[in-house]
Structure formats: C-alpha cells, structure tokens
Ligand binder design. Structure first.
Ligand code: SAM
Length: 171
C-alpha cells in the first residue's frame, strides 16, 4: 500500500534498455490514477555495459523522470568495488523503501545447470536478499521475472534459487 509521504527507490538490475523501469513508472501512474497517491520515486538502473545509456536517456526525457544509470556487476558481491554505487545508495537511503527489479537477468547471468543441479556463485542478488532479511533498516521488495531459458531450466529454477537463499540466509 503506497502512501504519499513514502520515498521509494526503484532499482532495476541488468536494467538496460529500461523496459522494467518504464513498466514501474506506468505502475506508479496507474496507482496515482486509481488511488490518488502520488509516489515519490527515485529511479535507478544498474548495468555492466554502457550501450543502453542513450536509449535510457531518451526514456528519461520522454517520461520526464530522472533515471540514474550506473555501472554494476550482478555476478560480483555487494562489497565488490564495482558495486560501490549500490552500497552507497543503500547507505544514503536508510529508512526509505526499495523495489528491486531483476527482469530477465537471473537465469541469464546468475544461474546455470550442471547434471540437473542449479549452480551459482556469490552474487549481488544473494547479498541484497541477505541485506533485506538481516537489516531492519532496509524495507525492500523484490520483483524477479524470468521466462526461462533452455540452458538453465525454467521459471522454477529462479524460484528454487531464491527459495534456497531464503532458507540459508545468515541472520
Ligand atoms: C535480457 S536483458 C533484460 C533487460 C531488462 N531487464 C528487461 O527485462 O527487458 C539482460 C540485461 O542484463 C544485463 N546483464 C547481464 N549480466 C549482467 C551482469 N553480470 N551485471 C549487470 N548487468 C548484466 C545485460 O547487459 C542486459 O542488458
């Protein structure tokens, strides 16, 4: 349930060219039309390539909303220097809400299958799940979308991946 005073940080990981971030903008517009609540949203897109930047800048211009395009690598842990901008954002926005979007990137980037078993290494998604479960100062929701790839399995592989992490969470 949204409130007008709430500050929400939308973070799209592997977000180029901006599809899921744009989808979230539409969702907040719909919420405004249906409930009258105007969400105070800060939009962030994290990518390991810069190729999408001009398209994202157009999305920003056309939508009239600022989008912070920053470098990050999902295959590295949160503490890795390549993900400093994410640690900085979490620290600077303590007490605010987060919506973490992982759309069509988990199976592509974080999961593989070997002998029918799901394989993965330490990564940003795991660390963000740990942070949100263990740190009461972080109010985070995760939206993970994946249609499934022949190489990795299916949407169920993504669900298994996240479920397993929920049970193994360190706090
Ligand atoms: C299939 S596209 C999905 C884009 C968008 N999220 C969507 O739903 O339309 C996957 C994106 O993830 C990015 N990506 C893949 N591996 C990544 C990684 N390790 N770190 C950051 N971005 C990554 C790719 O550059 C690509 O833009």
């Amino acid at each position: 349930m949204l409130t007008s005073s709430e500050q929400i940080n939308v973070c799209s990981f592997g977000g180029g060219p901006g599809n899921d971030l744009f989808g979230s903008m539409l969702a907040f517009e719909l919420a405004k039309n249906n409930t009258g609540v105007i969400a105070n949203v800060n939009y962030n897109l994290f990518e390991w390539i810069d190729t999408w930047r001009p398209i994202v800048e157009h999305v920003s211009t056309l939508s009239g909303k600022n989008i912070n395009y920053q470098h990050a690598d999902l295959q590295k842990p949160l503490r890795d220097g390549e993900n400093d901008c994410i640690s900085d954002l979490l620290k600077s926005r303590v007490g605010e809400s987060f919506l973490f979007l992982f759309s069509f990137v988990v199976l592509e980037s974080l999961v593989s299958r070997q002998d029918g078993k799901i394989r993965h290494s330490e990564n940003l998604l795991f660390d963000l799940l740990d942070e949100s479960f263990c740190n009461p100062g972080i109010d985070a929701k995760f939206l993970i979308l994946d249609a499934g790839k022949g190489m990795c399995g299916s949407l169920r592989a993504t669900e298994d991946f996240v479920q397993e992490r929920n049970f193994r969470t360190k706090c």
